[in-house]
Design a protein around this ligand. Structure first.
Ligand SMILES: *Cc1c(COP(=O)(O)O)cnc(C)c1O
Length: 482
């Protein structure tokens, strides 16, 4: 295919150093997918923004994760994918078939994992706000539950007195080791809302006692944060949990804590196609710094999200118009706050790489790089994917690609301006080398937007006869048990 040859010859005109061969291969695969998406009509006037997911890439990351831990321990390890990073059923199934489980934090996420066919034995429930109904369901299914706080432990005690459960139970602790570069995602700060704050006055002793009082409490959980945390800080958090488990087990005089859940949070490199840091590097560092973790006395649970998916997702959007404002060239595209919410509201923490393609989906390489804004479609001034970004001058009909958006981006639609959720398509090269797409999530239709916005009962606020509560009341006994 002529376009393939051209794609392989792609180079970035502005880069000073030649990209590493692996980067080149990643880019060639992506370029081929963009070309195919345009060729096969995924991106149209009515669907001007789509999301693509490289399924081989996702599989490779899952395999790399499993291999990294298998290289440092013979202990059983459950890699529970943090569903919040990409809450799409076919993605959960893909990861499950690749040997992963699911970490869920809401009834919706649990339902997604179950819809994907994930075995309850491979599901872990974490959340700071589990309701009695949620806990009851998890305990009935035998899903592992990590309690967040002493009140939740007491609630679980009461539920267990009512009905037996096979669920492994743990407690989340906050080692209070400090935050990373992104406050909103640092969960191990002195005042974080998550887990039992271990360094607070008397807290450690109370945690140890909580275990001694509850022989069923066999797991210990910590998750220090997501993105922006250096590996050393992640390791410090894991070491704190390990040392606490040792202390509990010494006090119990037996191996009561038999499983350590070390959370997720491996940071992702958003600056290039290089996948760094790697799972292998993290696992090796843990093995060096916390050797007892891997000596076989503890089973392990991990909860990685972003690092499994981010590099494998791409948002494509058509350039609708271009203009100049205050001498700044601006390309108005269809990808903005609805698919890149964090980048738009906190661009300093979440910069995204943008790649430019022409209307045929070929890499746009002609002409000098010009500083330009890449804007989204939403009606507020800050709806910008990139500001003053040097790119070949974009024209109407061109395609921009927002890279590394496989986690916490297109799967996290923000319904501003009633912009539709874009379609999500997995892609892989077929045996003949052509790119095949599979629908992960169809694009949201305008009719669906209307229905979800109360379109089924337009008179609700103006008709005296409209029922006050058109939905069935919650079961009155739902919280009677505690
Ligand atoms: C968000 C979260 C994760 C996943 O974090 P990533 O940065 O996506 O790896 C894992 N565990 C818990 C408890 C979380 O809240």
């Amino acid at each position: 295919m002529a376009s393939n040859r051209r794609d392989q010859a792609v180079r970035a005109p502005r880069e000073q150093v030649a990209p590493a061969p692996r980067d080149q291969a990643v880019r060639a695969t992506r370029d081929q997918a963009v070309r195919a998406a345009v060729d096969q009509g995924l991106l149209t006037e009515t669907e001007p923004v789509v999301a693509l997911l490289d399924t081989d890439g996702v599989r490779a990351s899952a395999a790399a994760l499993r291999a990294a831990f298998a290289a440092v321990t013979d202990a059983p390890v459950l890699h529970a994918f943090a569903v919040k990073a990409c809450p799409l059923v076919p993605v959960l199934r893909l990861l499950y078939e690749a040997g992963l489980g699911a970490e869920v934090a809401s009834p919706g996420e649990l339902a997604l994992a179950r819809a994907a066919g994930v075995d309850p034995a491979r599901i872990v429930l974490d959340s700071p706000a589990k309701t009695p109904a949620e806990l009851r369901e998890a305990l009935a299914l035998g899903i592992a539950v990590n309690a967040d706080n002493p009140q939740e432990l007491a609630r679980i005690d009461a539920l267990l007195a009512q009905a037996p459960s096979a669920s492994p139970l743990g407690l989340r602790v906050n080692p209070q080791i400090g935050g990373g570069t992104i406050d909103a995602l640092s969960t191990a700060t002195a005042t974080s809302k998550f887990g039992v704050a271990l360094r607070d006055e008397g807290a450690r002793a109370r945690v140890v006692q909580a275990y001694l009082d509850r022989p069923r409490l066999t797991r210990l959980h910590t998750h220090s944060g997501s993105q922006g945390l250096p590996l050393s800080l992640l390791v410090t958090g894991v070491r704190a949990a390990y040392e606490l488990a040792e202390e509990i087990n010494a006090a119990a005089g037996r191996r009561q804590v038999d499983t350590l859940d070390i959370g997720g949070g491996l940071p992702v490199n958003f600056a290039s196609d290089e996948e760094t840091p790697t799972y292998a590097a993290y696992a090796r560092l843990l093995a060096t710094e916390v050797p007892g973790l891997f000596d076989g006395r503890y089973g392990l649970v991990t909860e990685f999200g972003r690092s499994l998916l981010a590099k494998h997702g791409t948002v494509l959007a058509r350039v609708e118009y271009t203009k100049t404002s205050g001498s700044r060239p601006i390309a108005v595209t269809h990808a903005g706050v609805q698919v890149a919410t964090r980048t738009v509201y906190d661009p300093a923490s979440w910069p995204l790489r943008i790649a430019a393609y022409d209307a045929q989906g070929l890499p746009k390489e002609d002409g000098p790089a010009v500083d330009q804004d890449v804007a989204g479609p939403a009606c507020f001034a800050g709806d910008l994917l990139a500001v003053a970004r040097p790119l070949p001058l974009l024209e109407p009909g061109d395609v921009v690609a927002a890279l590394d958006t496989g986690a916490y981006y297109f799967a996290h639609h923000y319904a501003y301006n009633s912009l539709p959720r874009p379609g999500v398509y997995g892609y892989a090269a077929g045996d003949d080398g052509t790119v095949r797409f599979a629908t992960v999530r169809p694009p949201q239709s305008v009719a669906e937007i209307v229905a979800e916005a109360g379109g089924g009962h337009p008179d609700a606020l103006v008709s005296p006869d409209a029922p006050v509560r058109p939905v069935a009341p919650v079961r009155p006994d739902a919280s009677a048990s505690d």
